[in-house]
Design a binder for this molecule. Structure first.
Ligand SMILES: Cc1cc2nc3c(=O)[nH]c(=O)nc-3n(C[C@H](O)[C@H](O)[C@H](O)COP(=O)(O)OP(=O)(O)OC[C@H]3O[C@@H](n4cnc5c(N)ncnc54)[C@H](O)[C@@H]3O)c2cc1C
Ligand code: SF4
Length: 352
């Protein structure tokens, strides 16, 4: 393999889709994943069902993985990490380390698809008491419960009667420096609220929000069905703290529609944590010498400022949530574009 190779770092939805597309366009692909399996965060965090159409996450991600990894021109290196890069567009030499040792891969173009991590709600916003109360969980934790059909209060193993989602945890927050909207959490909370009502029809489910941001078709697919068919209660309010009340949880804040203080008792509180760039995204950006924005995401835009997959370095492209908070539609769209650009670079490195 030489200049006919695209090296892709990260085998989540973005890396898998980019690998499949680049291979279908005729490139050899080396797909480097640091975990022992492909599938990315949806696999690692046990997502239950995905938008669109409440597809089973294992099934959907499994199909994606199969399409990429079964292609004869895709070589998958798991338990592997990029440790160095030299050269330029058309002729990169990439050092890769795994348990068996180190090796160098020659590649004409590189795609970074190292993704995101969930915001840690104990880090800056202690008033949610995530690490103090076991019945305060995150949307990532809830995915695992839904998948196991075990939506229970961790404190006593009993199904909750009242469940509250709290939006914008770790996003749209100037105090902690994450001013951006994480884009998926309003939709995901609504999706999970529907699933909770399906699994626990007698429960009451509330979503506390600043303002709901449902992108594109999620408005009709999630937001209105949650209210009209599943009787989820949306409350415009600001939550200031979560306290213990007997063996339950007290949410204290302000109902901003009514303009008055609010105190409600819940059995289970789900924090809609936002997205942050993964550790891997930050590390790979350093190793590859790529500009990052103030949040640590890889700076996309290129010389035109409007190219969603161009990085600060010609011949290196970025896909999916390594560049910005992304849903799967965004992820696949940028992955396909990055693959096309990478293959074009193999053919015309000077023009890339
Ligand atoms: C709770 C929750 C539920 C969601 N549900 C939906 C949904 O239903 N529908 C939807 O459209 N979107 C959903 N999303 C968004 C979706 O998860 C993302 O769009 C998608 O995972 C982004 O894919 P990615 O490949 O860019 O990143 P990731 O999924 O984060 O994958 C990145 C991959 O890169 C690997 N990696 C990282 N660093 C390195 C390194 N240094 N070397 C090698 N490999 C590395 C990681 O191990 C991982 O495999 C949800 C998000 C959350 C938080
Ligand atoms: S998607 Fe919704 S919950 Fe997530 S940051 Fe944006 S407004 Fe807040």
């Amino acid at each position: 393999m030489s200049e006919g190779t695209v090296l892709i770092i990260g085998a989540g939805p973005a890396g898998l889709e980019a690998a499949r597309t680049a291979a279908q366009l005729g490139a050899n692909v080396v797909l480097v994943e640091k975990r022992d399996r492909v599938g990315g965060t949806p696999d690692e965090s046990n997502y239950a069902k995905l938008t669109h159409h409440f597809r089973d996450a294992d099934e959907a991600i499994g199909e994606l993985a199969e399409a990429a990894t079964s292609h004869p021109h895709v070589q998958v290196l798991t338990n592997s990490q990029v440790v160095s890069v030299a050269g330029e567009a058309g002729d990169f030499r990439v050092g890769i380390q795994n348990g068996a040792g180190a090796k160098t891969v020659h590649a004409g173009a590189i795609i970074v698809a190292t993704g995101f991590q969930h915001f840690d709600p104990g880090r800056e916003t202690q008033y949610y008491n995530y690490y103090s109360f076991s019945d305060v969980i995150t949307i990532a934790d809830m995915e695992g419960m839904l998948k196991a059909h075990q939506v229970v209060r961790p404190s006593n193993g009993q199904p909750p009667e009242r469940v509250a989602f709290i939006q914008c945890v770790g996003s749209r927050d100037r105090q902690i420096g994450n001013e951006y909207c994480s884009k998926v959490c309003c939709g995901i909370a609504s999706k999970q609220a529907i699933e909770v009502k399906q699994q626990l029809p007698n429960s009451r489910v509330f979503i506390f929000y600043i303002d709901m941001r449902m992108y594109g078709y999620w408005e009709n697919e999630l937001y209105w069905p949650a209210q009209e068919q599943h009787h989820v209660n949306y409350v415009k309010g600001l939550v200031s703290e979560i306290l213990a009340k007997d063996d339950r949880l007290l949410i204290r804040g302000e109902d901003t529609t009514m303009g008055r203080p609010m105190e409600v008792v819940m059995d289970l509180v789900v924090l809609s944590v936002g997205m942050e760039p993964s550790q891997g995204t930050r590390q790979v950006a350093e190793i590859l010498g790529l500009e990052q924005n103030k949040y640590g995401y890889i700076q996309a835009g290129g010389p035109t400022h409007i190219d969603p997959v161009a990085t600060s370095r010609p011949g290196i492209f970025v896909a999916g949530a390594a560049a910005r908070p992304s849903d799967l539609d965004d992820t696949f769209a940028t992955a396909g574009l990055a693959a096309a650009r990478a293959v074009a670079t193999l053919r015309q490195p000077v023009m890339a």
